[in-house]
Design a protein around this ligand. Structure first.
Ligand code: CO
Length: 184
């Protein structure tokens, strides 16, 4: 069972800058799979700790496999937890794409994100890892890192819609729904 998701653009927890994790203890290790379940249950591609009411620098995300051409295979992903993530390098090039957030349901809009980045983080074993991402994966890292700094994607949207316009986002939601149905 997933955890309840904190919602609302003015929510105090969502608007607080989260604190670094000093020690990866049992409670955190137990929390991570619950965050993953919550992400799956809500059809999300990422989930940050403030979204479940905790102001700690932790998020979980889906890492999508390499895409052939422009199409992303939304069924092909792995799940990664990131503790104390730090974006240490970003490409200057920006990509504008539609985004939404589980904490602000029903609102979609185009957000500029850096096309590529490097992120350093700790995994649940306390190992420091460095990943390089582009496209959607880089977008997810930026969106979730924003959550840890009290920033929501709606702050960065140029134009807001209540319906997802882009076929990619629609496709993502369709696949997520299908996957969820298959699980039940
Ligand atoms: Co979000």
């Amino acid at each position: 069972m997933g955890l309840p998701i904190v919602k609302g653009v003015d929510d105090k927890i969502l608007r607080t800058v989260s604190k670094a994790v000093k020690k990866i203890d049992k409670d955190l290790v137990k929390l991570l799979p619950k965050m993953v379940d919550t992400m799956h249950e809500a059809n999300g591609v990422g989930l940050a700790a403030p979204q479940i009411g905790l102001n700690i620098r932790v998020f979980v995300m889906k890492i999508f496999g390499p895409s052939r051409g422009k199409k992303i295979d939304y069924d092909n992903y792995s799940v990664q937890e990131m503790i104390n993530p730090e974006i240490i390098e970003m490409d200057k090039r920006m990509i504008n794409e539609e985004e939404g957030c589980l904490s602000v349901p029903g609102v979609f809009g185009e957000v500029d994100r850096h096309a590529r980045l490097k992120v350093r983080f700790q995994n649940k074993k306390g190992m420091t890892l460095l990943f390089e991402f582009e496209g959607l994966n880089a977008r997810i890292v930026q969106h979730e890192t924003d959550h840890l700094n009290g920033i929501l994607c709606v702050d960065k949207m140029k134009r807001k819609d209540t319906e997802p316009q882009s076929p990619r986002l629609k496709k993502r939601e369709e696949v997520a729904e299908k996957t969820l149905k298959a699980r039940k």
